[in-house]
Write a protein that binds this ligand. Sequence first.
Ligand code: IPM
Ligand code: MG
Length: 360
Amino acid sequence: MKQYQIAILAGDGIGPEVTREAMKVLDTAASIYGFSTKKTEYPFSTQYWLDHGQKDEMIFPQASFEEVKQHHAVYLGAIGDPRAPVGKIEYGIIAKLRFELDLYINLRPVRLYDERLCPLKDKGPKDIDMVFVRENTEGAYTGTFGFAHKGLPIEVASQVMTYTRHGVERAIRYSFDLARARNKQKKVTLIDKANALRSHDLWQRTFHEVAREYPDIKTDHAYIDAACMWLIKNPEWFDVAVTTNLFGDIITDLGAMLQGGMGIAASGNLHPGKVSLFEPIHGSAPKYAGQNKACPVAAILAASMMCDYLGEKKAGEAIENAIIDLIRTKRIRSVNTGEHATTEVGDMVVAALTGKLAKV
Ligand code: IPM
Ligand code: MG
């Protein structure tokens, strides 16, 4: 029997409780589809840092990081807590994993399972089925920033956006391969801001060069501001969309709302062929922590993406299909906070997978 080693960082806030449900579902799928997992939990989080003298080296101790790298995949709940300086723990854990594991693709599917989850008028599941490919290791996120004259009225702050031909090209190439594999509209939309950010010319040139190698795939382009508008007006135009790290961060929250909200949006941070990381895209929602109120659907779908990535495609699909069925039959009434107990949703998905759920 195949065994996959999974490193789990449940993290802050609602992270641990949604992770628990996702792992419950993963174990069920594993037993049905004939594989097993060996999970190692790592306690790194804001609480851990507070409990260990608030030392920088305790955010994600290097020895543990080296261990995490040896797993087949990493599963992350959520990171962020107002008791730490803003961004400090996120940077020390999420950014460290993304950069040091070179997780260059942030894959964020946006798929509407049922019309009632969508805030747009007259748009249904056939209109909202796309994947965002967010470049995940460059752009504004490389940590190249500085301040001059700090505290003075003439203070200057800067954050440098950097792109490399290598980084841009691998994200674009991945997107074309994905459009081909999805075999839907066979279309890749480049989203940039080359009209104002001159460095984005690199994205445009690379996109056109790579596109020539994929004559079967259509291309489209939108500046990020217009892309936000089109995403609301004509979401059916999108199939695969590739964009920079920062724009991808922003537009995927908008995308999440089209599929029902942060309670349902999942992601994979990938380095194809190597250890990759899966997480719900929502944050830690500290005010709901420990109340068994958070919606675990996004976390469960992240586990489904992880199965898919590990090569357990049937298990991944079965988890997604169980969620689709529960949503369409309204047993999962909504994916908003407080609509169901966190554990109730996990139990329903387990029952659906094992065929122990009464038919409606
Ligand atoms: C995301 C999050 C992170 C990001 C934060 C927590 C640093 O918003 O994964 O989308 O900006 O990448
Ligand atoms: Mg984000």
